[in-house]
Design a protein around this ligand. Structure first.
Ligand code: NAG
Ligand code: NAG
Ligand code: NAG
Ligand code: NAG
Length: 419
């Protein structure tokens, strides 16, 4: 029997096709030569696993099978995630009405499927985003399509007549993993990237070994913990309003003297003791404010514009595998910085305060985590950020470069949870 497995159905996915050839041990250790490591960890990723979160650059793995050659529509895999939202897979039979989406929404499993006249049927399932491996099975039964989690039947959605008819046609079944099918018109309400890992998959009882990648970026760590992993080559930038309106106080006319404060809380564990942790970048891409680690002086440095505003020695626990907690509070007359319980304060003059407040309120100002806009001064390690009291979800980022993992870190880089 000829099995039509195509990994690359569109030009978009060519990059991933090349990976099988290009993936070399080079990407195993991203630590540059000659750089002393602060906290080392085992960078090994497990063969036979598939990381589903790297789809933003068009790296969408797509399986395609000729329907007339299929004997079953049943699929199963194991999934592990800490991400509250994203696509697990989307299957379609070449039309806007015949599709089936399995996703994570509000940390729960969710099924959506298209019926005639654009109607979408949804069903919410059990909690999935707890970082534990779960076996998920999707089976076609008499009364519809059922989803089983660890062997228990948890959701069933009715199948449309069109979809039943299509299964007897001569079209193609396409399965996109971790993302939507490129250029499809399927109306999805889910923000796609899912920081998750898959293993032991079997798709429609067909060969899908093509999903096994040599590249380390397509594989997963053995165990994970909550946090965001910055590999030392990636950075994330987002608009303050992505965190919700309360975090942006734009002064409108008549509200000039409205008070403004900035509160930044970072829990982190560095692999290298250098790089920018946090920065505010104005619409012209000038760095207005930044917090970084200076490797040669072993200082934590705060810059306002391009001047050093405050500098304090990093704690001796920085490179002993303990997670660090940093709290930064900018208010009208001072800047307070608390790093692992050691507090430093400096008076902020009126001009600098007005400058920061104005930059923050400007449309187009961005907050960067783990480096600067052009990827300069990258941070390498695990980080959890809270801004204005709101947990930062990196999936809401405007800019995300490199292999940054939004909701997972290798468990060796354990950061204390949500201080
Ligand atoms: C946030 O701001 C937008 C646009 O100004 C507004 O439409 C929305 O209702 C606001 N949301 C909240 C929760 O205040
Ligand atoms: C911002 O950058 C532009 C050009 O890069 C420069 O002309 C300007 O002086 C900078 N503004 C500030 C406030 O640093
Ligand atoms: C670290 O501090 C030294 C001494 O102040 C300075 O010369 C150097 O440029 C700083 N490095 C970075 C990356 O900021
Ligand atoms: C995705 O994988 C490619 C190739 O391995 C890598 O170059 C790229 O940085 C990754 N992108 C993201 C967003 O993870």
């Amino acid at each position: 029997m000829r099995v039509a497995v195509r990994l690359c159905s569109a030009q978009l996915v060519l990059e991933l096709c090349a990976l099988g050839i290009l993936g070399t041990p080079q990407d195993i250790a991203k630590i540059s030569k000659g750089t002393p490591v602060c906290n080392s960890f085992n960078v090994h990723k497990v063969p036979g696993t598939l990381y589903t979160g790297n789809t933003s650059l068009g790296n969408v793995p797509i399986l395609e099978y000729k329907i007339s050659e299929l004997t079953s529509f049943d699929s199963s895999f194991e999934l592990r995630t800490l991400d509250p939202e994203g696509i697990i897979f989307l299957g379609d039979i070449g039309s806007v009405t015949n599709w089936f989406l399995l996703a994570v929404q509000n940390r729960h499993l969710s099924v959506q499927t298209g019926h005639s006249k654009g109607k979408v049927v949804m069903s919410r399932g059990p909690l999935i985003s707890d970082g534990k491996w779960k076996k998920v099975t999707v089976k076609k039964l008499q009364d519809g399509v059922s989803v089983f989690v660890n062997g228990e039947q948890r959701m069933t959605v009715e199948q449309s007549q069109e979809s039943i008819d299509a299964e007897h046609g001569d079209g193609f079944l396409r399965i996109a993993i971790g993302a939507s099918i490129p250029n499809s018109d399927i109306p999805l309400t889910i923000h796609p990237p899912l920081d998750a890992c898959m293993r032991d998959w079997e798709w429609v009882k067909q060969d899908s070994s093509v999903l096994l990648q040599d590249s380390q970026t397509q594989r997963c760590w053995e165990t994970i913990i909550p946090g965001s992993f910055f590999p030392g080559n990636g950075v994330v930038g987002f608009l303050p309003e992505a965190l919700g309106n309360s975090s942006v106080q734009r002064s409108t006319a008549g509200e000039e003297d409205q008070s403004w404060n900035l509160l930044v809380e970072l829990t982190f564990l560095p692999v290298e003791d250098r790089g920018v942790l946090f920065a505010i970048v104005d619409p012209l891409r000038n760095i207005s404010f930044s917090v970084s680690m200076n490797q040669s002086t072993k200082d934590l440095v705060l810059h306002v514009r391009d001047q050093v505003f405050l500098s304090t020695p990093t704690p001796s626990s920085l490179c002993t595998g303990e997670s660090q907690f940093l709290q930064l509070w900018v208010s009208e007359d001072q800047v307070m910085l608390d790093l692992e319980g050691k507090m430093v304060k400096r008076k902020l003059d009126d001009q600098d305060f007005r400058f920061l407040k104005a930059i923050w309120g400007q449309t187009g100002t961005m907050v960067y985590l783990g480096g600067l806009p052009e990827g300069e001064s990258p941070f390498h390690g695990c980080l959890q950020a809270k801004l204005q009291g709101v947990d930062v979800d990196l999936d809401l980022a405007e800019v995300k470069s490199g292999d940054v993992r939004s909701h997972s870190c290798p468990s060796a880089l354990h950061v204390r949870d949500g201080k």
